[in-house]
Design a protein around this ligand. Structure first.
Ligand SMILES: Nc1ncnc2c1ncn2[C@@H]1O[C@H](COP(=O)(O)OP(=O)(O)OP(=O)(O)O)[C@@H](O)[C@H]1O
Ligand SMILES: N[C@@H](CCO)C(=O)O
Length: 323
């Protein structure tokens, strides 16, 4: 359960009183998520008819100095009509506050549920929503570089130690070494750049039927190659959880939906196989690092790196899926 910090009722009530949202009525810890602590908050609302919010307490993996970028981006996208939660600013106008030495933000609650077996209609809608996010962020003035690009993957892989990858699977070290060298040598520099979400997995999209109601968890967002974000979303949506089964119909729907809003250039389309290998390497390297550095009996469930090793092999062997 991802509530790492206990907050007492009095402490929560005093915190909520700093916002113009009515008095606290209830607060329930949210089990999903591994990075930060989240509560579903109910208040009386400004007019007494009730209102719901998400309270996020940023734990050590989110850098507080980066919050103005993440929260400012959410406000920017929300103001431009994207289904992104806005932050509720406190009475002094701040988008986050300090509580018990940690940063906390009150965030608009959005309806919807995360799907685990996406349909073609849902994949299409996510593609469209991602393209709208890219276009809506073009005039966002802040900058954050991607610390999980090729140099970041190398850092994580080095952090796995000389035989760490092979302890996960005997063939993993050789695969990663070969692919990482090749990705570093050929990673494109001249494709269009924009804000990217960089982690748009199904658990970060709230849906009702085929409608995208919420894009959440912007804590990896940064400026990078726009088409790389489509590749990340492809890797996240177009396979089963094990990475063994590719769903061509979801792939066509995701990319088709994206292109109804933002057509890819010929260079972006040609780069997709490489970008998808990079996307697979991104999650393979972070999952492998966490796999080796998280005790087996820890509070959080470790995510399987091999599910992304299989995607990496698939993208390497089947570049034609993007033709
Ligand atoms: N704005 C929102 N509206 C409704 N529900 C939300 C909202 N933000 C978060 N949630 C709920 O809280 C859960 C955890 O949120 P989130 O994924 O941001 O946590 P996290 O610990 O930062 O994530 P992760 O482990 O994916 O990095 C989500 O799965 C969703 O159910
Ligand atoms: N979405 C990521 C976790 C956050 O980086 C994964 O599934 O590995």
């Amino acid at each position: 359960m991802a509530v790492y910090t206990h907050l007492g009722a009095e402490q929560l009530a005093a915190l909520i009183a700093e916002f113009d949202v009515g008095a606290l009525r209830s607060a329930k810890g949210i089990a999903e998520g591994v990075q930060n602590s989240n509560w579903l908050i109910e208040t009386a609302g400004r007019d007494g008819s009730g209102a719901r919010f998400i309270l996020t307490m940023y734990e050590e993996r989110t850098e507080v100095r980066e919050l103005p970028f993440f929260l400012g981006l959410m406000d920017h996208l929300s103001a431009r009509g994207c289904p992104v939660p806005a932050t509720i600013h406190d009475r002094a106008g701040a988008s986050f506050r300090q509580l018990d030495g940690k940063a906390v933000a009150l965030i608009e609650f959005l309806s919807g549920v995360s799907v685990s077996e996406p349909t073609v209609g849902q994949a299409r809608a996510v593609g469209e929503a991602l393209a709208r996010l890219h276009l809506a962020s073009l005039d966002f003035p802040m900058v954050r570089t991607n610390d999980l690009g090729p140099a970041g993957w190398r850092r994580l892989v080095d952090g796995c130690g000389a035989d760490g990858l092979d302890r996960i699977d005997p063939a993993l070290g050789a695969l990663v070494t070969r692919e990482l060298d090749d990705l570093e040598a050929h990673w494109p520099a001249d494709l269009p750049r924009s804000v990217i979400h960089a982690d748009l997995f199904p658990d970060n999209v709230l849906m009702l039927g085929d409608r995208v109601c919420g894009l959440i968890d912007f804590y990896f967002a940064c400026i990078d190659l726009t088409a790389y974000d489509l590749a990340v979303t492809h890797a996240a949506w177009c396979f089963d959880a094990t990475g063994r089964h590719f769903a061509p119909e979801l792939s066509a729907a995701l990319i088709g939906g994206y292109e109804t809003v933002r057509p890819l250039s010929a260079a972006e389309r040609a780069a997709l196989p490489l970008l998808a290998r990079g996307a697979a390497m991104r999650f393979l390297s972070s999952r492998a690092y966490d796999w080796l550095h998280t005790p087996a009996d820890a509070f959080v469930t470790r995510k399987d790196p091999l599910a992304f090793a299989r995607r990496l092999t698939f993208y390497r062997d089947q570049p034609g899926v993007f033709a």
